[in-house]
Design a protein around this ligand. Structure first.
Ligand code: PLP
Length: 410
C-alpha cells in the first residue's frame, strides 16, 4: 500500500496512526514506504541509511531479492496451512536449520518471545518428568531481556524496568543472577533448578557480551548439576555477531536454543531447536501454534538463511563490525564501545541517546537508543566499510550539532 494510492501525505498518515494506534515506542517521524539493502525511503522519497534493520531483523538487506521472490512464489501456492498438513517450506526449513546447527528437532513459532515460551515450557516439563514435581525453576541473568509474554517476561531479569512495571506478579519459578558472574549463578541454583537461561550477548540491556570464562563455566556448571542450558539467540542468532550463532564464539553448545529476528528476512517467525530427547516432552496438547510454521514465513526464512550462509554474511559482520567499532571509539564524548559483529552499542558521557537518535534521523541515519546514554546499531549484515564511514560521519555531525545547541542554550 502506498500513500499516493490513497491521496495521502506523510503528515496525514502519521496523524491517522497517532489517532488510532496504541504507541508503545518512541517512533521515528518518518513513514517508511519502500526499502532496498541499507536504504529506507520515506513517503515523499527521502532516503535514510538503515543502521537498525527493523530491530536487528533485515540481516540480508531490506527487501532482499531472494526473500521477496520466495514470498511471492509461496503466496501464489498456499498462504496458510497450520501444523496439520505437512508443507514443503516447513520441511525444508526444518532440515536446513537442524543440519546447519547440529540439532535434531525444531518447533516453529511466530516471534522471539513465543520461541522463548516454548523453550521455557520444554525445560520445565523436562525437569518435572525426569526429576520430580519441584524441579521446574529457571535461573536467568539480571538485566536480561527475553520478551513480553508472561513466561519470557518472568525470565527477564529486570524487576524495576518499565517492561515489568504494573505487570506484577511475574510467574513463580524464576530467579536471577549476575551476568558474567559464575559464582552468582552457582549460588542461585537450588535443588529445584532445572535450567539456566542466557543471552550470549545481552542486547536490550545495552550490548554486553558474555566472557569466555563465564560461558565455559556456565556449561560446566550445567553439566555438573544436571541442568539444561537455554540460550536465547533471538537477537544474536543467524550471523549477527560474526558467527552463525552467538554460542559459537564460546566453543560450547546450549541444550536448547531459540531464534527469531534475523532468520525471517522481515517475516514474523521464530523457532526453538533441541535434541530428540528433550523435544519428546512436547506431546499432543502440551504445545501447539496456529500460525507456527506458516508456509510464507518458512519460505522467506529458507531464502534468508540461505542468503546469510551462502554470502558469508557472518564473516562480513565480523570484519565490518570490527572496523566500525574501531571507528566509533573516535566519536566525541564516547565512554565505551561494546559489541560483537554488527551488534554494537556506544555508551557516551552525558549525551542524551534519545535526542541523538532523533538528530541522527534528521540527518538521515536510523539508529536506536537502549538507555539514557547508549545507542545501539544493528545494520543489515551486508553493510560495507563505506556504509560505516557514512554512519560515523552522520553521528559525528549530529553530536557536534547537539554540542553547539547545548552551548547556545547556556
Ligand atoms: N529475546 C531477545 C534476546 C530479544 O532481543 C527480543 C527482542 O528484542 C526478544 C527475545 C523478543 O522478541 P520478539 O519481539 O520477536 O517477541
Amino acid at each position: 500500500m502506498r500513500a499516493q494510492d490513497f491521496g495521502l501525505t506523510k503528515e496525514k498518515i502519521m496523524e491517522i496512526a497517532d489517532k488510532y494506534m496504541i504507541h508503545t515506542n518512541d517512533r521515528f517521524s518518518l513513514v517508511a514506504e519502500t526499502a532496498k539493502d541499507l536504504e529506507i525511503k520515506d513517503v515523499g522519497g527521502e532516503a535514510y541509511l538503515d543502521f537498525f534493520a527493523g530491530i536487528a531483523v533485515n540481516s540480508a538487506g531490506n527487501n532482499n531479492e531472494k526473500v521477496v521472490e520466495a514470498i511471492k512464489e509461496q503466496a501464489d501456492c498456499i498462504l496458510h496451512t497450520s501444523l496439520y498438513p505437512y508443507s514443503v517450506p516447513q520441511a525444508l526449513l526444518a532440515r536446513l536449520i537442524c543440519e546447519t546447527l547440529g540439532y535434531q528437532k525444531i518447533f516453529f513459532q511466530n516471534s522471539g518471545t513465543e520461541a522463548n515460551e516454548a523453550m521455557i515450557k520444554m525445560a520445565r516439563k523436562y525437569g518435572v518428568e525426569n526429576y520430580g514435581e519441584h524441579r521446574y525453576h529457571i535461573v536467568s541473568a539480571r538485566k536480561s531481556f527475553h520478551g513480553r509474554t508472561y513466561g519470557s517476561l518472568s525470565a527477564t531479569g529486570q524487576p524495576d524496568n518499565a517492561c515489568q512495571t504494573g505487570l506484577k506478579p511475574m510467574l513463580p519459578g524464576f530467579s536471577y543472577a549476575d551476568f558474567n558472574h559464575l559464582e552468582s549463578f552457582r549460588n542461585a541454583c537450588t535443588e529445584d533448578t532445572i535450567a539456566i537461561m542466557l543471552e550470549p550477548i545481552q542486547g536490550e540491556a545495552g550490548v554486553y557480551p558474555a566472557t569466555q570464562e563465564f560461558m565455559r563455566g556456565i556449561r560446566r556448571l550445567c553439566d555438573e548439576k544436571k541442568l539444561l542450558l537455554l540460550f536465547d539467540e533471538v537477537q544474536t542468532g543467524w550471523c549477527r555477531t560474526g558467527e552463525t550463532m552467538g554460542y559459537m564464539h564460546y566453543g560450547i553448545k546450549p541444550d536448547i536454543v531459540t531464534m527469531a529476528k534475523g532468520m525471517g528476512g522481515g517475516m514474523p517467525i521464530g523457532a526453538v531447536c533441541t535434541s530428540e530427547k528433550i523435544s519428546n516432552v512436547l506431546t499432543g496438547g502440551t504445545h501447539a501454534s496456529t500460525y507456527g510454521g506458516n508456509p510464507v514465513c518458512c519460505a522467506a526464512a529458507y531464502a534468508q538463511i540461505n542468503e546469510l550462509l551462502k554470502r558469508g554474511l557472518a564473516k562480513n559482520a565480523k570484519y565490518v563490525g570490527e572496523y566500525f567499532m574501531g571507528e566509533l571509539k573516535d566519536l566525541p564524548k564516547v565512554k565505551e564501545v561494546r559489541g560483537k559483529g554488527l551488534l554494537i552499542a556506544v555508551e557516551f558521557e552525558e549525551v542524551d541517546a534519545v535526542l541523538l537518535k532523533h538528530v541522527a534521523q534528521h540527518n538521515k541515519l536510523l539508529i536506536t537508543a537502549t538507555s539514557e546514554n547508549t545507542i545501539r546499531m544493528v545494520p543489515p549484515l551486508i553493510a560495507t566499510k563505506a556504509d560505516c564511514d557514512n554512519a560515523y560521519s552522520i553521528l559525528k555531525a549530529s553530536l557536534i550539532s547537539m554540542e553547539k545547541l547545548e552551548g547556545g542554550s547556556r
